[in-house]
Design a protein around this ligand. Structure first.
Ligand code: AMP
Ligand code: ZN
Length: 312
């Protein structure tokens, strides 16, 4: 008699990925964590975005959109390279002469790598959609601060076979910059609204204290401090049953005065500005919906369909 097959996390993740590819919802784009998406997948993203924008409407946030590429000088000020060097992505370009180009083409024709002919373009891939905002805020903010609605692509170099872990994904963030007390209130208030929307969408979501994956030995202390100071909350949904602790489909972060200090932003009361943001990872919420309700949105529960603005 053969032993019963006990599913392990790795094979369950692979199975979910294979099902998504077979259904056409995701399209293999050639590297782990890089996918194209079907129209149906993006219809869900768009409807989710509509529901999210709806619940955040009372904030009257200033809507801004930035490209997924920003100056290295600004990236530098975020200190991202100190905390997450392994997730970083930078842009290279060709700025050589005709002669350099000819050498590149010869190397390429010989099957050699041509990376050496490219050089840093002094631009970086955006790892969180709020990063390109802060330089724009240097100076003084009005009393009460400002609230922004930011969305777009983020890049994090974390190739994985888990379809929940992408290298390029969309984030929709609501960001407060201003007085310290208001920043924490903002995070604590709006993370609850984000949680409730997930629950209204039929997801078994909960809020858990969390830390960012700071790199290396020094990072372990940063992670401990972040947890101890209650700076990060994640919205977690079970995707792989009991095999893991669930996947973060959103988060709420208190940045303290980190960006205020680095970018020279003052709150209305003259103190260094504090910041906070709450966000959904749009692909992750969409994948959680597909995992929970099945791959046929036409047959999702009618209250979920209604909440997404679809005919029930
Ligand atoms: P964070 O700033 O790390 O809290 O990220 C905000 C949200 O973006 C997370 O809660 C996830 O939903 C999403 N996210 C972060 N990293 C990834 C990734 N590698 N792939 C897909 N979504 C991600
Ligand atoms: Zn942010």
């Amino acid at each position: 008699m053969s032993a019963p097959v006990v599913p392990d996390l790795h094979s369950v993740r692979n199975e979910f990925r294979n099902e998504l590819l077979a259904s056409g919802l995701l399209i293999d784009a050639g590297k782990p964590g890089l996918y194209g998406r079907s129209g149906l997948f993006d219809d869900i993203v768009d409807s989710l975005d509509g529901a999210l924008t709806g619940i955040m409407a009372p904030l009257d946030a200033e809507r801004m959109r930035f490209a997924p590429v920003y100056p290295k000088t600004e990236f530098e000020l975020t200190d991202y390279i100190v905390s997450f060097p392994n997730l970083t992505g930078s842009i290279n370009g060709f700025t050589g002469t005709d002669r350099d180009h000819a050498s590149l083409i010869t190397a390429r024709a010989n099957g050699e790598d041509w990376n050496d002919w490219l050089s840093p373009a002094e631009t970086m891939l955006v790892p969180a959609v709020c990063h390109p905002l802060y330089e724009r805020l240097s100076g003084s903010l009005p009393v009460g601060g400002r609230v922004f609605d930011l969305a777009g692509y983020c890049f994090r170099h974390e190739p994985s076979s888990d379809p929940m872990r992408l290298q390029a994904f969309r984030m929709h963030e609501f960001v407060y910059v201003g007085e310290e007390e208001t920043a924490r209130e903002f995070r604590d208030t709006w993370i609850v609204r984000l949680l409730v929307l997930l629950q209204e969408l039929g997801l078994d979501a909960r809020t858990v204290p969390a830390n960012d994956p700071f790199f290396g030995r020094a990072g372990r202390m940063l992670a401990r401090n972040q947890l101890a100071d209650d700076l990060k909350l994640e919205l977690v949904v079970p995707i792989y049953g009991d095999l893991d602790d669930g996947t973060a489909v959103g988060s709420g972060n208190c940045h303290g005065d980190h960006f205020g200090q680095s970018f020279g932003i003052l709150a209305g009361d003259g103190s260094v500005a504090h910041g906070a943001c709450v966000a959904y990872g749009m692909e992750r919420v969409t994948l959680a919906l597909l995992r929970t309700h099945g791959f046929e949105p036409a047959s999702w529960p009618s209250d979920v369909r209604k909440r997404l603005g679809w005919a029930a």
